[in-house]
Structures are given as structure tokens and as C-alpha cells.
Design a protein around this ligand. Structure first.
Ligand code: DC
Length: 215
């Protein structure tokens, strides 16, 4: 069974998908982490996020692994732990440009489908997982929340002080606008997806809502 959770930055996809995977005994697949991994390698190698040829080459050769750990999921590039590095502000700033390249997306989508094939229950989260990667998923959800709430959550995640929330809100609105307006696989509500606005819901309440639809 494949369950997809799409939505903009800070909409609670990661915490919800992880908790759902735990509850259902399934595998959690964070597709955003994969685009972040490609972006990190590009930045380390001094590759311009607009250089399609070089980004395609990075995506073609990259080996990404995930490992479940106590504090959450760990991410590795060629065996190197990049769990923290892929969440750096520099990666946030370039990941939309990197993930807009068709060659990069083609490789990531192939990897995502390959991972899903190996598991019985997969909870996958991202921007195009219900629309493009797994259009025939058994259950699709689209999570959303007000931009101020999403900004607060991101700021908290990044350990930013409350006075920086406005700046974080601006950054996520900018990233959402880039992710929603790109030509290939933009962020959309997938056909058949259940929309959940969790601006005023806790993680448990969001989970309960999702579980109602799985019955
Ligand atoms: O979920 P996240 O914030 O870690 O995702 C980082 C970026 O990766 C997001 O701004 C756009 C891109 N992304 C994508 O294009 N398609 C996906 N399925 C997941 C993420």
C-alpha cells in the first residue's frame, strides 16, 4: 500500500508521515531529502543551481540511503552522514532551483519508485508524490496550513528566535511560489487527494483525521 502526503513547506508532512509510518508499521520516504541531497552536492562542488547538465550528472551518479534512528531519519550520500547538512539555509535557498530540472526529477522519481517497490507499506511525502510519482496510490492526502503557522513551525525547527519568524515566513512563501510555478511536476493538490488544513490541529489530531480515511 502506498500513502502519499503532499503539501507546502512547514505543512507538517514530515512529522505526520513519520508518525503514520510508525503506526502502520510501514516505511517512511522523504522525497524532499533526496532533492536536498542533490542540492548539497551541487553546492559543495561549486555547481550553479541553474546548470542543468552538471546537475543531471550529479543526480545520475548520486547514491542516497536512509536509516531510521532514535532521533528521526538519517540521510547518507555515498555513505556520508548528511542528515544535518541537507537542512542548512544554503540548501533551503537553492533546492527549488535544483529540483526544477527535468533530468534531476527523472532520476529521483525512478529512485522513489524503486524504493517503494521493495516495501509492503510506504508513506511517502513531498510535492508531486500523489500527482506524478504514485498517481495510483491507494490513499492521497494534501496537507496545508496558514503561512504564519508554517513559518512558526519552520522557525522552531531551525532553532530561530521568535523575532525571526517574519523572515522565515518570507522564505517559505518564496520557496512555495517557486515550487508551485515550475513547469515540471509543480506542487498541486493531486486528483483524488483529501485536503487537510492543520493550522489549528495537533500532530495527533492530523493523524486521527488521516486514519479515518484509511478505514
Ligand atoms: O519537503 P522539503 O522542504 O524538504 O523539500 C525541499 C524541496 O525539494 C522543496 O522546496 C521542493 C523539492 N521537492 C520537490 O520538488 N518534489 C518533491 N516531491 C519533494 C521536494
Amino acid at each position: 500500500m502506498i500513502i502519499t502526503l503532499d503539501g507546502p513547506a512547514g505543512s507538517g508532512k514530515s512529522s505526520t508521515a513519520r508518525a503514520l509510518a510508525k503506526k502502520l508499521g510501514g516505511v517512511y520516504l522523504d522525497t524532499g531529502a533526496m532533492y536536498r541531497a542533490v542540492t548539497l552536492l551541487a553546492l559543495e562542488r561549486g555547481v550553479n543551481p541553474d546548470d542543468a547538465g552538471k546537475l543531471d550528472a550529479i543526480a545520475a551518479a548520486i547514491v542516497i540511503d536512509f536509516k531510521e534512528a532514535e532521533g528521526g531519519q538519517m540521510v547518507f550520500i555515498d555513505g556520508r552522514d548528511v542528515t544535518a547538512a541537507i537542512r542548512a539555509p544554503e540548501v533551503d535557498a537553492s533546492v527549488s532551483a535544483v529540483s526544477a530540472h527535468p533530468g534531476v526529477r527523472k532520476k529521483m522519481v525512478a529512485l522513489q519508485r524503486g524504493i517503494a517497490q521493495k516495501h509492503k507499506t510506504v508513506i511517502v511525502e513531498g510535492r508531486d508524490t500523489g500527482s506524478v510519482v504514485f498517481p495510483n496510490a491507494e490513499h492521497k492526502f494534501f496537507l496545508k496550513a496558514s503561512s504564519s503557522e508554517r513559518g512558526k513551525r519552520r522557525a522552531l525547527q531551525m532553532g530561530q528566535a521568535a523575532e525571526n519568524v517574519q523572515g522565515v515566513v518570507k522564505q517559505i512563501i518564496d520557496r512555495d511560489s517557486k515550487d508551485s510555478s515550475r513547469l515540471i511536476s509543480p506542487l498541486v493538490v493531486p486528483a483524488g487527494a483529501v485536503e487537510i488544513d492543520n493550522s489549528h490541529l495537533s500532530l495527533d489530531e492530523t493523524l486521527d483525521k488521516i486514519i479515518q480515511f484509511l478505514a
